[in-house]
Write a protein that binds this ligand. Structure first.
Ligand code: IMP
Ligand code: MG
Length: 190
């Protein structure tokens, strides 16, 4: 794999800005969910870093669970509009205050399908918290209650977000220069 410096167009959101905004969101959520014992559902895999930082800024009792969905084939950078649930929850959402934690809402297909799926299981409330919002690319309307940053239509990576399953471990959000990024063939998503 390439070293990220080779294709980093620019650092869009540095580590300290992320930390500050995540702390603000945590405080806001703590305030809104007093006495509600929320269940935070992280959508794997992109949401993991955001979730783990966010929950340490939430001061009310909470639980977490995970779901995985696939909407993009590896190597593709446009949503197919087709979403498949590849890992279901372990926790019952019935009568729980559910907060979905996502890395990024792009076309909106993924989150919209997940919202529909969870709604059928009768949560007491259901809201979305996304770190990034690419509003320009929206194809389906998505209600977002908590939003870290609105960003323009560029492909980003780091802080949980991948390019072909790599670079999630970087502590900042960067914009990729797709002309300099060399995709590896046969990276499998199994
Ligand atoms: P949507 O269904 O089009 O809203 O796509 C949402 C999913 O696409 C996110 O959960 C990400 O996994 C992925 N995605 C969308 N834009 C980006 C990006 O700029 N970088 C990395 N992943 C992205
Ligand atoms: Mg992804």
């Amino acid at each position: 794999m390439q070293e990220y410096h080779e294709f980093l167009k620019k650092v869009l959101i540095p580590e300290n800005t992320l930390a500050q905004r995540v702390a603000e969101l945590g405080a806001e959520i703590s305030n809104d969910y007093l006495d509600k014992n929320p269940l935070l559902i992280c959508i794997l895999r992109g949401g993991i870093i955001f979730l783990s930082d966010l929950i340490r800024h939430i001061t009310v009792p909470l639980s977490v669970d995970f779901m995985a969905v696939s909407s993009y084939g590896v190597g593709k950078r446009a949503s197919s509009g087709q979403v498949r649930i590849t890992l279901d929850l372990k926790t019952s959402v019935r009568d729980r205050h559910v907060l979905l934690v996502e890395d990024i809402v792009d076309s909106g297909h993924t989150i919209s399908e997940v919202l529909d799926f969870i709604s059928t299981r009768h949560p007491k409330s259901l809201y979305v918290c996304t770190l990034l919002d690419k509003t320009e690319r929206r194809e389906v309307e998505v209600p977002i209650r908590y939003r870290g940053f609105t960003i323009s239509n560029e492909f980003v990576f780091g802080y949980g977000l991948d390019i072909d399953e790599y670079y999630r471990n970087l502590s900042f959000i960067g914009v990729v220069d797709l002309e300099k990024f060399i995709p590896e063939n046969d990276l499998n998503d199994f």
